[in-house]
Design a protein around this ligand. Structure first.
Ligand SMILES: Nc1ncnc2c1ncn2[C@@H]1O[C@H](COP(=O)(O)OP(=O)(O)OP(=O)(O)O)[C@@H](O)[C@H]1O
Length: 327
């Protein structure tokens, strides 16, 4: 991680990742450990109406990126903030000294999101987003790579380790006159207080409680298949075959994302997993058909390598991977 001391006396940290990877829980503990300001962008958007209304299809607010950036500009300049959001490409790069991407095992994430009662399309969009590491890639594209760090967030121990790592980083951040993060409470103590509901930051406690009280209520998992292939024609053939067999089919957004220009308009921006569905719908119309592609496009493994997944309610979870590479 790069340690950058500009005018700010304290660094700013961005914690991003697919919904459910533990951003809020981690940020709550970290904010308490180093006495930084935790900014949950999702909550801020609701509180201050920094959105363009509710999207029924995506089941979320349509965030207004300009309003969010205007709202945060002064606070970010001061430093000492931990920003928590499931997207990262619309914030000014200069705001952050460290960008953390939390990552969770797909099965664990599936269970966490199912407990939240996410509807099928929202659930599959988010799982897909995690499988294809959309947020990690977005972070690497949007920030200097050595500022970006991916951290595993499967267990409470992972949170504890991540908070300790980040606390150490903040304390060693070279600020002009003093050490940056004040020495707060030990991480384990903070996590215990989050679990027991006595934490200063109630949001983390609420989420942890919700997760534990609903244990055992995980619905039957869908069957999920992933096919890795280099060409669109193979994708189409496999889709047709599995559609005949009664599977619901989703398409990998990352392949589409790479094959089209990234929209600058916030409404069309796919940076949030919730936006992926509409983005996918729009971009799938823009992607050239197989016949319209150049030879390079037809068999470009980087463009089409990961292609689609299937969901079905009838069978337990399977992940089947076919890897097919042209040399
Ligand atoms: N590493 C972890 N170990 C165990 N449970 C976790 C972990 N991370 C998160 N959880 C639990 O998973 C649920 C989701 O966590 P949390 O709300 O922090 O995720 P999030 O990434 O902030 O989600 P969102 O983006 O939707 O706000 C919570 O109930 C939380 O207690």
């Amino acid at each position: 991680m790069v340690q950058e001391s500009g005018k700010r006396k304290k660094p700013n940290i961005l914690v991003t990742g697919t919904p459910g990877t533990g951003k809020t829980t981690t940020c709550t503990a970290l904010a308490e450990a180093i006495e930084f300001h935790h900014i949950n962008v999702g909550e801020l958007v609701k509180e201050k109406n920094l959105h363009d209304g509710w999207d029924d299809e995506l089941d979320c607010y349509v965030l207004n990126e300009d309003l969010v950036c205007d709202e945060l500009e002064d606070v970010m300049e001061a430093g000492g903030n931990i920003v928590d959001y499931h997207g990262c490409d619309f914030f000014p790069e200069r705001w952050f000294d460290c960008v953390v991407v939390l990552q969770t095992d797909n099965t664990i994430l599936y269970d966490r999101l199912s407990r939240r009662g996410y509807k099928d399309s929202k659930l599959s969009n988010n799982i897909e987003c995690e499988i294809f590491q959309v947020l990690l890639e977005e972070a690497k594209e949007s920030y200097q790579e050595d500022k970006v760090i991916g951290l595993k967030s499967d267990t409470i121990e992972d949170i504890s380790r991540n908070v300790a790592t980040l606390t150490d980083w903040v304390r060693n951040w070279p600020c002009p006159s003093q050490r940056c993060g004040k020495r707060g409470r030990p991480v384990e103590e903070i996590l215990n207080s989050i679990k027991s509901g006595t934490a200063k930051h109630k949001e983390g406690a609420r989420r942890m409680e919700a997760s534990e009280s609903e244990e055992g209520e995980v619905p039957q998992r869908n069957a999920t298949f992933f096919f890795y292939h280099p060409c669109y024609f193979l994708e189409d053939a496999l889709k047709a075959l599995f559609k005949c067999l009664g599977f619901q089919i989703g398409t990998n957004t990352r392949a589409h994302k790479r094959s089209t220009m990234k929209p600058s308009n916030s409404e069309e921006n796919p940076s949030t997993p919730e936006n992926n569905a509409s983005y996918e719908q729009k971009t799938s119309q823009d992607v050239p058909s197989y016949a319209e592609q150049s030879d390079d496009q037809k068999c470009s493994t980087s463009q089409n390598f990961v292609s689609f997944y299937l969901f079905s309610h009838q069978i337990p979870l399977f992940i089947i991977t076919f890897q097919y590479i042209y040399f």
